[in-house]
Design a protein around this ligand. Structure first.
Ligand SMILES: CC(C)(COP(=O)(O)OP(=O)(O)OC[C@H]1O[C@@H](n2cnc3c(N)ncnc32)[C@H](O)[C@@H]1OP(=O)(O)O)[C@@H](O)C(=O)NCCC(=O)NCCS
Length: 179
């Protein structure tokens, strides 16, 4: 089963159905969607579908998946640690880290703090060989988070966006040995 994890400021807990309401708040902000291939603000119904998909991934990969991040019992965003999506460049055994926070949470090191705990969990508890993360070109904040985590650019490639276009992307990685 996926554990609840804690950091100095964050509680990382499993996703629940009612988190769809939080996802509406999160994904309504254009700034949040800017680099995540989500051009339209989602409806509550669409967020319910997203939560169902998150729960589906959680069920098929019990020790990993999505975590909701709370700061002082308040929703602040989510993290994931899961197998890379099909078609993405990856090596066998890779776990892909991801994060998305409410704008009011930005700039205080929360993405780095939560990610550090998930990387520790991936290496120390799960024995993963490598953790990767993908950023679309221009997502300076996300690239900086990866850099602070000790991840280094591994591969540049073209992400196929939902609209059909291609967007330059970078996969960064950190291995258990180089941590
Ligand atoms: C990316 C994201 C998770 C970062 O969260 P965060 O909690 O602000 O991240 P941190 O505070 O840990 O680190 C952010 C770093 O980027 C830097 N940064 C942010 N915006 C920047 C910019 N436009 N130019 C240069 N550096 C920038 C910050 O200064 C900080 O670096 P520092 O600690 O050296 O000062 C947050 O911006 C977010 O949720 N964005 C929307 C969703 C998204 O893009 N997710 C990632 C998809 S790959």
């Amino acid at each position: 089963m996926k554990p609840t994890l804690t950091t100095e400021r964050l509680l990382l807990r499993p996703v629940r159905s009612e988190d769809a309401l939080h996802l509406v708040d999160l994904d309504r902000a254009p700034e949040v969607r800017r680099f995540v291939d989500q051009p339209e603000a989602p409806t509550l119904e669409q967020c319910r579908t997203v939560v169902e998909r998150m729960l589906g991934i959680d069920a098929s990969t019990p020790a990993i998946g999505f975590w909701i991040a709370e700061e002082r019992s308040q929703f602040v965003g989510w993290f994931h640690l899961k197998p890379p999506r099909e078609g993405e460049p990856a090596e066998a055994g890779d776990l892909e880290l991801g994060y998305r926070l409410l704008q009011r949470g930005w700039g205080r090191g929360l993405a780095t703090e939560g990610s550090r705990e998930l990387i520790r969990y991936a290496f120390e508890t799960l024995g993963a060989p490598r953790v990767t993360a993908v950023a679309l070109e221009g997502n300076v904040a996300s690239m900086r988070v990866m850099e602070k985590l000790g991840m280094r650019p591994w591969l540049r490639w073209e992400y196929r966006a939902r609209g059909g276009g291609k967007v330059p992307a970078v996969t960064s990685a950190i291995t258990r040995e180089c941590r």
